[in-house]
Ligand binder design. Structure first.
Ligand code: FEO
Ligand code: CA
Ligand code: CA
Length: 632
């Protein structure tokens, strides 16, 4: 519908509309040089070709599958129903929804008004994303990002789907952040425990500490906080991480779209442009109720976002900590690995077209039972360089390598630092997941329609080579790599592609996907990745659900399972209409898989989960086997 056109822009499209990157490549020329010349468009994905490296498992998966599959369920068909579908022998139920009150005395969700600023501050946030489940004594505590809100749903009680009052704006603001709730399994399945002492909303108003090399730097100082060490809030938290010392990592992604300028003529700096900060917000109106979102008055406020935020779910009074050592960019998630030598390694994607993949290595080492609480405060930051021959390097980001004045500047302007060292522009790095069974890491590269068409926002070219081999890539792929000597601290690695998503019924060339993609399991836009304890890779999608044209036969967004050893991929779950499936966590006994359903009905065509004429509500669901055995 035309009236919601602005809302239906993706975050990237919003950024590009305000700050178009230059087109640097002639499509025909680049494709000709990088693809056709190497036989790529001829429909043959050559073994070991220079253009890209396909995993041997991806090429041989079908025979391996026939010999015995570890994916012990009947694949479900793609579909476009307004429901969650799972395989025969499995069931799903809703655990908690946007607007569910977390405390007594807070009103139940009101479908007519969709709540108020006050009710939303004590109710479950909107648009669930990354999550983790913590076992704290006898309590199961779910920590869950509330990435953003769909304005047309949040303010669907207004005639044009836009905010009208300051309280409307506040309601939207309070729906962002993180929800922490105890959950328990009773006679009717899993449910939130209202009034649990663990229950907590973290919102854009929650006070936070800024730690690490950026703390106190002039770029982080504001009128309200001349020390540059205290800020308020987190928002647009996409994926997540969890640490072995029991904390949760919320990752700030498209933080820029909440800032605007009371003076439309102010000059936007190069750094603001690189991060998409502009005079116009995306329609949230936060500057209307809080002047810190006005960049004309408080230009450094937006430097206090784009970080990984560490939260201790065991203590509802604890102050979240922004970890500047991990770099400032549009964070997807933060995959934490304890390296063999005890150093903490965190792998992180920057989800924007042509941005980069990063690694943090802690200065200190992890020791069970010791005080590990500040391991993310100090360490080295790296960015990935992929070579087309299947090798790769981690390039250190330091004042020496980047020409920047200090490590504080390096982390605050990490994107520019990474450009300075010549990192590989990627097809929107989304979640990273580490295989618990071996030193092997996967990253979903969701899609990039600008590949070989436009530069990234920093002017870096986007040639179609290496792990990003297809120009105008609307399907996405999953890259994986193996650190040298199984050492996550090593500076070199080998890589290949686990899967190229595509549509083999429409395309007979590389856009048909890798050999482990077929008519039965095809999907587009891999996004969430999650390993279970058996070493199976769960893949969630956030893509085109039109089920037409290039996407015919792919249905609604979904969740699949992949076997790293064989390359086999099977569809396990399909979400309701116009949703994204994102965020996952397994119960301690392996018998329940929690999954996030985000923005059902973002175009106005869902009433999930309550049906009838109800407002669609993002929710966490629990998936179990009917025979009570563990999943997977
Ligand atoms: Fe919030 Fe990159 O997805
Ligand atoms: Ca995502
Ligand atoms: Ca996505």
């Amino acid at each position: 519908m035309t009236k919601f056109k602005t809302e239906l822009e993706t975050f990237d499209e919003f950024d590009e509309a305000l700050n178009p990157p230059p087109a640097v490549t002639d499509f025909d020329r680049v494709v000709d040089e990088a693809l056709s010349r190497r036989g790529f468009l001829g429909g043959v994905m050559a073994f070991g070709a220079g253009t890209f490296v396909l995993g041997t498992s991806a090429l041989t998966s079908m025979p391996a599958v026939a010999a015995g599959s570890r994916l012990g369920f009947d694949q479900i068909a793609a579909n476009t129903m307004d429901a969650v579908t799972v395989p025969n022998g499995y069931s799903s139920q809703v655990v908690v929804r946007w607007g569910d009150p977390m405390f007594s005395g807070v009103a139940e969700f009101d479908h007519a008004t969709r709540g108020t600023g006050e009710s939303q501050a004590s109710a479950y946030g909107d648009n669930v994303d990354g999550m983790a489940l913590f076992e704290l004594g006898d309590a199961s505590v779910l920590v869950n990002n509330n990435e953003y809100t769909n304005r047309s749903v949040m303010w669907g009680n207004r005639p044009d789907g836009k905010f009208e009052t300051d309280d409307d704006v506040l309601k939207g603001l309070q729906a962002h952040g993180v929800s922490v709730v105890e959950i328990a399994k009773g006679a009717n399945g899993w449910a939130m425990v209202k009034d649990s002492p663990y229950n907590r909303r973290i919102t854009p108003k929650t006070e936070m500490e800024i730690t690490g090399p950026g703390a106190g730097h002039a770029l982080l100082q504001t009128a309200a906080d001349p020390s540059g060490t205290r800020c308020f809030g987190t928002w647009n938290n996409c994926g997540n991480g969890r640490t072995p010392w029991g904390t949760y990592l919320a990752c700030e992604e498209n933080f820029n779209g909440y800032y605007s300028s009371s003076d439309p003529d102010i000059e936007i700096t190069a750094a603001q442009k690189r991060y998409g900060v502009s005079v116009k917000d995306r329609g949230y109106g936060w500057a209307q109720i809080d002047e810190r979102f006005d960049i004309a008055r408080h230009p450094n406020e937006s430097n206090r976002n784009g970080w990984v935020v560490e939260i201790d779910p065991s203590n509802p009074e604890s102050m979240p900590k922004k970890r500047t050592a991990l770099g400032r960019f549009k964070h997807e998630n933060a995959e934490v690995v304890v390296n063999g030598d005890g150093h903490i390694v965190v792998y992180m994607g920057d989800d924007e077209r042509g941005e980069f993949l990063y690694r943090f290595v802690s200065s200190g080492v992890y020791a069970e039972g010791a005080d590990n609480s500040d391991l993310l405060a100090e360490g080295a930051l790296y960015v990935a360089k992929f070579h087309p021959d299947g090798s790769g390097k981690w390039l250190a980001l330091t004042p020496q390598t980047t020409g920047m004045s200090s490590q504080a500047e390096v982390v605050i302007h990490a994107r520019m630092a990474a450009s300075a060292v010549g990192a590989t522009t990627m097809d929107r790095p989304e979640w990273v997941a580490a295989n618990p069974k071996k030193a092997e890491i996967y990253c979903a590269l969701t899609n990039n329609k600008n590949r070989a068409i436009k530069t990234n926002a920093g002017g870096d070219a986007t040639p179609p080579v290496g792990p990003n081999p297809r120009a105008e890539n609307n399907y996405g792929q999953i890259v994986r790599w193996w650190p040298a000597n199984a050492d996550h601290g090593a500076d070199s690695f080998r890589w290949d592609l686990f899967a190229l998503a595509g549509n083999p019924t429409v395309h007979k060339d590389a856009y048909g996907g890798s050999v482990n993609i077929n008519d039965g399991n095809m999907f587009n836009s891999p996004d969430g990745l999650f390993f279970d304890s058996k070493g199976l890779l769960w893949i969630q999608t956030d893509g085109n659900y039109s089920n037409k044209g290039d996407f015919a036969g792919q249905g609604n967004n979904q969740m699949l399972v992949g076997d790293p050893a064989t390359g086999e991929i099977k569809r396990f779950l399909v979400g309701p209409k116009e949703c994204e499936v994102t965020g996952a966590a397994m119960s301690a006994d392996g018998k329940t898989l929690f999954v996030g359903i985000q923005h059902p009905g973002e175009r106005g065509n869902s009433h999930w989960p309550e049906g009838g004429d109800s407002v669609p509500r993002s929710a966490v669901i629990a998936v179990t086997r009917d025979d009570g055995l563990p999943l997977g």
